[in-house]
Ligand binder design. Structure first.
Ligand code: PEP
Ligand code: MN
Length: 654
């Protein structure tokens, strides 16, 4: 049993809780999870959990039914996010680690780092000490290998992860590696787990080839109990009767472990299958099953590799896998992390230079749990300071007056079309530019109070986009009255805050499932009603995506871009223009783009306000790689148009 203590508990109250437990026959341990203090109670004692949870300074009692405690979701409900330098593992991102099986030479690890970094890997892997089945096989370069790998990691801005095989080596390696790997063969080397867990470094814990999920989680418990809170689990295939593949990738372990534990889970498809051309399908299956990332063996010349050549990907295969992962990630509600969050921000689009990002806020419109907030988290991470506003215009105002460094707004939905209000605002605020794009898969749910049922619903609240995207579902319930709200999450909040019993039974909201997790503080204390998801996935088509854009303020030619996008050259621009009312005027504009080899990904027309039958054209175009082509095309386009607005140049999201 774990007793989670309040942050402000006094030493006296802590002592009282300790005495309470000891008095009832428990052995008590002091433990911590990050900056949260815990008391662990084990043994044959018996206590009234309710009474225990009411003691002063006790925040929560997690009486887990499992033999592992610190690792359990019952102890920590939210996902843990593990930081390895600037790289984060867990939450809304997919983190990919890549590198050779073993470090073979300085040149080999540097070249591999360059190649995998180019394709978007954010961490470098490689063995310096190799636990090999045969004593005559290559055993690794030892400390020299680790030195080479550290240098390669520093060269390309990638934290490194390497296997530690003994307690003595752990001390010698700790200043050279960013993350320790406990290999499959050592998963139950308990002295090693205790030692590595006490060193304060993040740990990647591989699953033993014959370990059950419970044994694996108990090994993670050893690491947490020894003091570290940064543990990532790695499924790498288990021993079964099947011999075609090297091991059998236990795909089902991913959702199982994610439900049992708060720790991030990544997958090693290379050791799981052991056959090069089976690595990519296994990797994609792992992402689809909910893995938080991958560790993949890549070698610049696999045929000459000193170990695991047959399962090592060629760099070009890794590049192709990364592109597939990028396309798959939004389907599972995640984003591929391609750049670690660096502090320096480069310029966007038209200029060059850099600006520092401090602890500035990012504005979005809506309540907590709104889709815009999910998009914000994708682009800036869970820790990003947020500024909640109640309208899209307020987001623009906050970016303009500097109270927010960036803003996140929706621009277009794949089912319901453009959000014209935001296109209009982009034109009205010429000092604000689009600097980034995020595509979010939108899954709508019907949310009600816990007491409501299908029969009691009379009114449905949502944003008009929510209604538009769930048209088929709403058509099945013609009796329901639709009530328009500013955004989907505020519609949910209105139910959480409702105090009238009858209304409570009759209202439902259409929003994301995460909006149903309204913080307890917002519930009226007297009622404290919970919310429930009556039905999930009510959007008309599951391929429902919203394109959000990131806004930033222009300073002359300069514009600040988000850290995660700082190193990427823009490849997409959004333009708006009107043309003369005469034959061929639009054709002449499109001809310019065509002649310059510029691809058009969107073309939409809309009547100009107050000028019936005159149209504004909304165009998204690709930016060719070669220097002046785009600038020249824009100059020609400007000359052909009446009104012309460039809304921003940014990196397209797949
Ligand atoms: C490795 O990742 O280099 C390795 C040896 O893997 P495992 O311990 O899973 O066999
Ligand atoms: Mn290997």
């Amino acid at each position: 049993m774990i007793i989670v203590l309040a942050k402000d508990i006094s030493p006296h109250d802590t002592e009282m809780v300790r005495l309470y437990l000891k008095g009832r026959g428990f052995t008590v341990r002091d433990q911590a999870f990050g900056d949260t203090a815990l008391l662990g109670a084990s043994g044959k004692g018996q206590a009234d959990i309710h009474e225990l949870s009411l003691l002063p300074g006790v925040e929560r009692v997690a009486a887990t039914s499992k033999p592992y405690e610190l690792v359990s979701r019952e102890t920590k409900i939210e996902d843990s996010i593990v930081s390895v330098g600037p790289v984060k593992i867990g939450g809304a991102r997919i983190t990919v680690i890549a590198g050779p099986c073993a470090v073979e030479s300085r040149e080999q690890i540097v070249e591999t780092a360059a190649r995998v970094r180019e394709s978007g890997a954010v961490m470098l892997r490689g063995g310096a000490y190799k636990p090999r089945t045969s004593p005559y096989a290559f055993q690794g370069l030892g400390m020299a290998g680790l030195e080479y790998m550290k240098a390669a990691g520093e060269m390309y801005g990638m934290p490194i992860v390497t296997e530690v095989v003994s307690t003595e080596l752990a001390d010698r390696m700790k200043d050279l590696t960013d993350m320790f790997q406990i290999g499959a063969r050592n998963m139950q080397n308990f002295e090693l787990l205790k030692k590595v867990g006490s060193l304060g470094k993040p740990v990647l814990l591989k699953r033993g080839p014959s370990a059950t999920i419970e044994e694996w989680l108990l090994s993670a418990e050893y690491l947490l109990a020894a003091g570290t809170s940064d543990v990532v689990l790695c499924e790498r295939g288990i021993r079964t009767f099947e011999t075609y593949t090297r091991n059998t990738l236990d795909i089902s372990a991913i959702p199982v472990v994610k439900a049992l534990s708060h720790l991030p889970v990544i997958v090693d498809p290379s050791h799981a299958v052991g056959i090069r051309d089976k690595v990519a399908p296994a990797a994609l299956a792992a992402i689809a099953a909910g893995a938080d990332g991958l560790t993949v063996e890549v070698h610049p010349n696999p045929d000459a590799a000193l170990s695991d050549g047959p399962q090592s990907l060629y760099p070009a295969q890794f590049e192709s896998l990364m592109r597939d992962i990028e396309a798959l990630s939004p389907v599972v509600g995640k984003e591929l992390l391609r750049t670690p969050n660096v502090d320096v921000i480069a310029s966007a689009g038209t200029g060059g230079g850099s600006v520092e990002l401090g602890t500035e806020r990012i504005a979005f419109s809506g309540e907590s749990g709104a889709f815009a907030e999910q998009a914000l988290i994708r682009a800036f991470g869970e820790e990003a300071m947020r500024l909640q506003t109640d309208s899209f215009k307020a987001v623009f105002d906050a970016v303009l007056d500097g109270s927010a460094a960036f803003g996140v707004i929706p621009l277009e939905n794949s089912l319901a079309g453009s959000i014209h209000e935001n296109y209009d605002l982009l034109i009205r605020y010429p000092d604000i530019a689009i600097v980034g794009e995020i595509k979010l898969r939108i899954v709508h749910s019907l949310i009600t109070s816990e007491k409501a049922s299908w029969d009691s619903i009379k009114v449905v609240r949502s944003h008009p986009q929510g209604f538009a995207q769930c048209r088929d579902f709403l058509a099945e319930h013609p009796g329901w009255r639709l009530e328009t709200w500013n955004n989907t999450a505020s519609a949910v909040l209105s139910i959480a805050e409702e105090t009238d019993e009858d209304t409570l039974l009759s209202v439902a909201a259409i929003a994301s499932e995460s909006a149903a997790k309204v913080p307890a503080a917002k519930m009226p204390a007297a009622k404290g009603q919970g919310l429930k998801v009556l039905k999930s996935g009510i959007e008309t088509d599951p391929r429902n995506y919203t394109r959000f854009v990131i806004l930033s303020r222009k300073h002359g030619d300069w514009v600040q871009v988000p850290p995660s996008m700082g190193k990427q050259t823009p490849d997409k621009a959004s333009l708006v223009f009107s043309v003369k009312d005469e034959p061929g005027s639009l054709y002449r504009c499109l001809k310019i783009l065509s002649e310059e080899g510029i691809n058009l990904s969107k073309l939409e027309s809309r009547p100009i306000l107050g000028q019936p039958w005159n149209y504004m054209f909304y165009v998204d175009v690709s930016i060719p790689k070669s220097g002046d082509v785009f600038e020249n095309a824009l100059a020609k386009l400007k000359a052909q148009t009446e009104k012309f607005y460039s809304l921003g140049c940014y990196r397209a999201s797949l």
